[in-house]
Design a protein around this ligand. Structure first.
Ligand SMILES: Cc1ncc(COP(=O)(O)O)c(C=O)c1O
Length: 398
C-alpha cells in the first residue's frame, strides 16, 4: 500500500508554510508587507499594468488561474478515470516557475541528498539530471525500448525492486527529444505493477501533451488521474502549446496530500502578477480557442516540414514520433549510415552561415545522427527547408 509519508522527507512533513501578510487581512490601508506604497518606479506603464498594482506582492494561491486550468482539463478526462468524483480540484495543483521548478521541487521534497535516487528513461529531457545533480541525488537509468521509445516494463520493475533508495521515476510523454507519446495503458500497467512493492512517485512530464491527436471525449493526458493514483504526478507547462515560454508557468498535478506539501514548500510569491495576468487570459475560453488553432497550425506545418525534408537523400527517418511540436531527423553520411559528424556539420553551418538554428541531438541514446527541429511559422519553415537542403547538399558533395 502506497504511503506518501514514507516518500516525503521528514523535514518537509513538519514544514509550516510561510504565512503571507495577505493571508490574514486583504483590504484597507495595507501597511503590513513592507511594500513600496507609492507605486512602481516605471514611468510608462500601460493601463493594464497599472491595474496589476505591481508594487504589491502577487497572490500566493492563484485560485482563479488554478480553477480555469482544472475546468479545462476536466472537460476531457483520461479514459482510465473510473469515478467522476475523482476529477481534479484546485487542491490537486501547485504552480511553478515553468515545469523546471516542478522537476526540482519534487526532488527537494522527496529525495534525501547523498542517499536517495531517481530513475530516468533515456533519451529524455536534460533537466532531470541537472536538478538531480544539484540536489546530490544519484541517477539510475533504464533506456526506452527502440525503435518506438516505449517503457521497458521488465527492466524498470527489476530496477525498482533491486534498489530501495529510488524514490522518483521521471517519464516524459510525449518525449523530448523523441517526440513520441508513451502508451498511457503501459504507464497504467506500470503504476499497478510497481505500486504493489515500490513506495515511490511516477512523474509523467507532459510538456508536449497538447500536440498529440485527441478525440472529443478523452485526452491522452494523465493529469485527471492523480486522485485515482496517489503515486502519480503529472507536469504540464504553458511554454509549448500555449505559446507562453516567456511567462514561466508550470503546473504540477498530484494527490491533494502531496500537493499540500508542494504548496507549503514553494516560494510564496513564485508566480508574478504579470505571469498570472497573462496565464488567466490564456486559459479562458478565448485563449483556449487560440491554443487549439495554434496546435492545428503547428501540426499541419509539421507535416509539410517533415515531408519535404524526408525527400532529401541524406535524411534517413524521423527517429521519434509525431506527438509534439518538433521532429527528430536522422542525418546520413555518403554511405547511408546515421552520422553525428555530418549532422553536427549541418547544424553548425546552418547556424553560422544561414542564421537557421536547430538542435544537435545525436549524442542522446539511440539518436545517432539526430537533429531536432522545432516547427516554425510557415515563412520560417520555408526558409529552413531551403537552407537545410542547400547546406546538406554542399556537405555531402564536398
Ligand atoms: C520535456 C520537457 N519538460 C519540461 C520542459 C521545461 O518547460 P518549462 O518551460 O515549463 O520550464 C521542457 C522544455 O523544453 C521539456 O522539453
Amino acid at each position: 500500500m502506497f504511503d506518501l509519508k514514507k516518500v516525503i522527507r521528514s523535514n518537509i512533513l513538519t514544514l509550516e508554510p510561510y504565512r503571507c501578510a495577505r493571508d490574514d487581512f486583504k483590504e484597507g490601508i495595507l501597511l503590513d508587507a513592507n511594500e513600496n506604497t507609492i507605486g512602481p518606479a516605471v514611468s510608462n506603464l500601460s493601463k493594464e499594468e497599472i491595474n496589476l498594482e505591481l508594487n504589491r506582492y502577487p497572490d500566493p494561491h492563484q485560485h482563479n488561474l488554478k480553477q480555469q486550468i482544472i475546468d479545462y482539463r476536466n472537460q476531457t478526462p483520461n479514459k482510465h478515470l473510473k469515478n467522476k468524483s475523482d476529477q481534479l480540484t484546485i487542491e490537486n495543483l501547485c504552480l511553478g516557475v515553468g515545469s523546471d521548478e516542478s522537476i526540482d521541487m519534487l526532488l527537494r521534497c522527496c529525495c534525501i541528498p547523498g542517499k536517495d535516487k531517481m530513475l530516468i528513461c533515456p533519451p529524455t529531457y536534460g533537466m532531470y539530471s541537472i536538478c538531480a545533480i544539484t540536489n546530490d541525488v544519484s541517477i539510475e537509468k533504464v533506456p526506452l525500448t527502440i525503435p518506438n521509445f516505449q517503457l521497458d516494463q521488465d527492466k524498470i520493475t527489476e530496477k525498482l525492486q533491486s534498489d530501495e533508495n529510488i524514490k522518483l521515476l521521471y517519464l516524459t510523454s510525449p518525449g523530448n527529444p523523441t517526440g513520441k507519446l508513451i502508451n498511457v495503458d503501459s504507464i497504467i500497467e506500470l503504476l499497478n505493477k510497481v505500486g504493489q512493492f515500490w513506495n515511490g512517485l511516477v512523474i509523467v512530464d507532459e510538456a508536449y501533451i497538447d500536440f498529440t491527436s485527441k478525440n472529443n471525449e478523452f485526452s491522452e493526458s494523465m493529469c485527471t488521474l492523480v486522485n485515482q493514483y496517489s503515486d502519480l504526478v503529472v507536469l504540464q507547462t504553458l511554454s509549448k502549446s500555449f505559446g507562453l515560454a516567456g511567462i514561466r508557468l508550470g503546473i504540477t498535478y498530484s494527490s491533494k496530500e502531496l500537493s499540500h506539501y508542494l504548496n507549503a514548500m514553494k516560494y510564496p510569491y513564485n508566480i508574478s502578477s504579470l505571469t498570472s495576468n497573462v496565464a488567466i487570459r490564456a486559459t479562458n475560453k478565448d485563449g483556449l480557442k487560440l491554443v487549439e488553432e495554434f496546435v492545428d497550425q503547428i501540426i499541419k506545418q509539421r507535416e509539410i516540414v517533415l515531408n519535404e525534408l524526408l525527400k532529401l537523400p541524406n535524411v534517413g527517418r524521423n527517429i521519434g514520433g509525431l506527438d509534439s511540436n518538433f521532429i527528430l531527423l536522422e542525418i546520413l553520411d555518403k554511405d547511408g549510415k546515421p552520422s553525428n559528424e555530418v549532422a553536427k556539420k549541418l547544424y553548425n553551418t546552418l547556424a553560422t552561415k544561414e542564421a537557421t538554428v536547430i538542435r544537435f541531438r545525436g549524442s542522446e541514446l539511440n539518436c545517432t545522427g539526430g537533429l531536432r527541429i522545432s516547427i516554425g511559422t510557415p515563412d520560417e519553415n520555408e526558409r529552413l527547408i531551403e537552407n537545410f537542403t542547400k547546406v546538406l547538399n554542399d556537405i555531402i558533395n564536398e
